[in-house]
Design a protein around this ligand. Structure first.
Ligand code: GH3
Ligand code: MG
Ligand code: MG
Length: 659
């Protein structure tokens, strides 16, 4: 639509009208006036003409100016409308765009430019200088790079603005990113393009991070795979080697990894065969190869192979769902060796156990073993033979206490009768902790020696030995010894104790009575004129007489600890422990009475027609500074007095202090 013509300029119209009217008026007045001389008239006419012409010119000029003004207004309006159209068009752009003129003033920008400009709230007015825009942006704190030193940043940014190079990336607060592209225009302006590439940067960053993560993961995986103590190979769907770890490379030194990667399994097998690997394929390489390829991926299970190097290898092969083949090889030489050792050790221990079991059965003793809970876990047949009333097979696993009770119920242990529970308690308390062996009498008269010990595992091992024979032998021996002892202290003629018995007992009683400060008495008896008896009756009759006297004397003692002995020849002695003198006199008197009552004829005796005795009595409390012979001497002294006092009498020893 064409612009409307500009209105008439009233001032110009007034000036033109007044000028024209004035000029015409002057001309009219000059022509009418007669008073004017010619030069004046001519001057005034010229002036009037000039005024009129000037007014006309002014009018024309004014009209022309008005036309030009109208034209300029039309052009301005057209430019304005073009810019508005351009603006509207530029607003469609996804990026911010601004045009600065040669004076570096903003002449055009789209709406997006205002949005993405740092500090979006800025009002960007046309005509604003670029530097001011920058300064405001730097001051807004939105541009991260401008933060530490806004002036330095501004200087750099302006320098690049004046001679733009490539696009640059700008970080905006809040992790937003802009790409700035500046182009110098032919007319010496600059176009600034500002694109928000935040999402691109974010995506790129995420992608980079993902890539780094993936790289790290791959590195870790590779390291882990190389660190595996097993060989690992992976073949792709076309059965080409794509991965081989360090361990596998060491296991197959004939196949360098780098050269092998990308080769097919078959190619690698052929390579191995050229090196004579594996050993079992030699001489039948093609057959072996065909078999290997046939079972490739269908191996029924892991295989154990003995390497030519002597190592035992465990080989495992599996297919992944995507058709890759994973092979794992593990050196299991250690395991195999350990297993072989363990097998050998097991066999050895079995042999040892058998041997031990046989030994236990062969032992002449019975064995029982109780576990830490005191339950029977092992026994040998000797035990069953030793206790035939018990059925130990039934008692395996039974508590020791229950087995004891069972044997008591069968009355096997006479010593426990009537006190069964107490006996069981005793046996339990000492089970495995007795310091000495236990000797047990069974109801059938056998003697069993029981030895129990506790092992470090807290088991109790009981060993039982039938010692009936031993006990019987010992008893027999003891009896024999007793007999021998009796024999050696018995007088062969009279059958009463001899001098030895008397001396032994005297020594013992001397000490005992000394300890108790008790009196010990000795009675010495001598047959009167016995030589004459022998002479009269003969020696054998003399012996018989001695026996008779011995019996009579023996009959005078009552207590078990008293001794009647033949002291020698026709002399006898009585030992009376704990007997004060008075008691000893009573016994001595009894002897004399017994002889008198027996009235053994002795026709040749000068003392009496019958056999008589001379008796010496002594009783002393033994002293530590004297020996038992003191007492015998004392009795002997008394006997001596009896003899020389006329015989057939008793004399009592009177201690010197009393005498
Ligand atoms: P005394 O009254 O002084 O004791 O006179 P005694 O004859 O008894 O004493 P003596 O010491 O002179 O004689 C003891 C006799 O005893 C001498 C001996 O023949 C006799 N005699 C000793 N031992 C035995 C013996 O074992 N058998 C016999 N038959 N006679 C014996
Ligand atoms: Mg004598
Ligand atoms: Mg005599």
């Amino acid at each position: 639509m064409p612009p409307a013509p500009p209105p008439e300029d009233p001032v110009a119209l007034l000036v033109a009208t007044l000028g024209g009217a004035g000029g015409l008026g002057l001309l009219a007045w000059v022509l009418a006036s007669r008073s004017l001389d010619t030069p004046a008239r001519a001057a005034l006419i010229a002036a009037g003409l000039a005024l009129t012409a000037g007014a006309a010119l002014h009018w024309r000029l004014a009209r022309r100016a008005r036309r030009l003004q109208a034209q300029a207004a039309a052009e301005h309006q057209a430019a304005q409308s073009a810019r508005t159209q351009l603006s509207a068009m530029l607003d469609i752009l996804p990026d911010g765009l601004a045009i600065y003129d040669a004076d570096d003033r903003l002449v055009l920008c789209n709406a997006r430019y205002r949005e993405v400009a740092p500090g979006a709230s800025m009002h960007l007015e046309y005509g604003t200088r670029f530097e001011d825009v920058l300064r405001r942006a730097a001051g807004s704190g939105h541009i991260v790079d401008a933060q530490p030193d806004p002036e330095a940043w501004l200087a750099g940014r302006m320098a690049r603005h004046r001679s733009p190079a490539g696009p640059e990336v700008q970080e905006v607060r809040g992790d937003r990113w802009m790409r700035l592209t500046e182009r110098a225009l032919d007319g010496a302006g600059v176009v600034v393009l500002r694109a928000d590439i935040t999402s691109v940067v974010h995506k790129e960053r995420a992608l980079k991070q993902a890539l780094q993560d993936a790289e790290r993961a791959e590195r870790s995986l590779r390291e882990a795979v190389d660190a595996m103590p097993a060989g690992l190979e992976i073949y792709d769907e076309q059965d080409r080697l794509v991965l081989c770890n360090a361990h596998m490379a060491r296991l197959r030194p004939h196949l360098p990894v780098q050269a092998s990667l990308g080769k097919t399994y078959e190619e690698l097998l052929r390579e191995g065969l050229r090196h004579g690997i594996p050993e079992e394929a030699r001489g039948q390489e093609e057959l072996w190869l065909a078999h290997e390829l046939a079972i490739r991926g269908h191996r029924p299970g892991p295989e154990v192979r003995h390497d030519p190097g002597g190592a035992w290898m465990h080989m495992h092969e599996s297919r992944t769902p995507s058709g890759m083949t994973v092979c794992v090889r593990l050196d299991i030489s250690d395991l195999i060796e350990q297993r072989q050792k363990a097998d050998a050790a097991r066999q050895e221990s079995q042999r040892t156990r058998q041997l031990l079991e046989r030994a236990v059965e062969a032992l002449p003793v019975s064995i029982e073993i109780f576990d830490e809970q005191d339950r029977l876990v092992l026994y040998n047949q000797q035990l069953s033979r030793m206790y035939p009333h018990m059925n130990y097979a039934d008692h395996l696993g039974s508590k020791f206490a229950d087995i004891l009770r069972h044997s008591l119920d069968r009355g096997l242990i006479p010593s426990a009768r009537g006190r069964e529970e107490a006996w069981i308690a005793e046996r339990l308390s000492e089970h495995g902790s007795r310091t000495s062996t236990l000797v047990q009498r069974l109801a059938d008269g056998r003697w069993i020696n029981i030895y129990e010990t506790r092992t470090p595992e807290n088991y109790v091992v009981a060993v039982r030995l039938d010692i009936t024979d031993l006990i019987e032998q010992r008893q027999a021996l003891e009896t024999a010894n007793e007999k021998l002892a009796l024999l050696s202290t018995t007088d062969g003629v009279t059958n009463i104790g001899n001098r030895r018995r008397f001396d032994d007992r005297l020594g013992t009683e001397w000490l005992r009575c000394g300890r108790h400060q008790s009196p010990l008495a000795v009675v010495l008896i001598d047959i009167d004129h016995f030589k004459l008896y022998n002479d009269h009756y003969g020696h054998l009759a003399g012996d018989a007489c001695l026996r008779r006297v011995a019996q009579l004397l023996q009959g005078t003692i009552r207590r078990a600890d008293e001794v009647a002995a033949r002291y020698g020849g026709e002399e006898f002695a009585l030992l009376l422990p704990d007997a004060p003198l008075a008691d000893a006199i009573v016994v001595a008197q009894r002897c004399m009475d017994a002889l008198r009552d027996a009235a053994l004829p002795h026709p040749r005796s000068p003392t009496a027609p019958v056999l008589t005795l001379s008796v010496g009595v002594a009783s002393l409390v033994p002293r530590t500074d004297a020996g038992p012979d003191t007492l015998v001497h004392a009795a002997d002294a008394a006997l001596y007095r009896a003899k020389y006092g006329g015989r057939n009498r008793m004399e009592v020893f009177a201690p010197p202090s009393e005498g």
